[in-house]
Ligand binder design. Sequence first.
Ligand code: ZN
Length: 218
Amino acid sequence: MSPPAVPTSAFDLPAWLATAPDLPPIVQAGAEVLRQRASPVPAASIGSAALRELARRMVEVMRKAPGVGLAAPQIGVPLRVFVAEDPEERMSALSAEGRAARGRVGLSLMTVVNPELELLGSERAVFFEGCLSVRGYGALVARSTSVRVRGVDVEGRPVSATLSGWPARIMQHEYDHLEGTLYVDRMLTRSLSCDAELPRLAALSAEELSAALGLPGR
Ligand code: ZN
């Protein structure tokens, strides 16, 4: 069953911007907006001051959290827009092995409106991920290691990128938000872990993790 689409007429972005805080709170799992299929941004809104302002607020909320991506539904806006950024300086705390295994390379700021996502190849990687809308937890999720994302930016200029490793994971996670899907829908359920446990678990090998969490068939 696919989630219901929000009617395009249902959301008035300028009105929302006029009343929402400058840094809107990140809505948490359980909110309906995270479970609906977001609506395409209408052509007439692309290049508008309102769309530019939405993207600006999204980037600020993402950076303040801090997170590596944010989809519009996460601040209560049911439109198909996401932002992503994973600066190099964020990675100083990670081991070289951990970075290499995850393909964690820097991702400069991207804003994608009305994205399309194509999974490339059949290779999958399983790593812990979390979500700003499921605060306090992380879990193992299998993701395609390579994707192509296409869309436009807030001005309507084409965006097209082929990404692998961690940036590919970010794209899949954010695109899922626009479809009303959360990582918990895709996770290995037995791997769900509190933030306090994650640094320890993330350092384990696949075999050690399977033993620690009783994961089936890994
Ligand atoms: Zn998320």
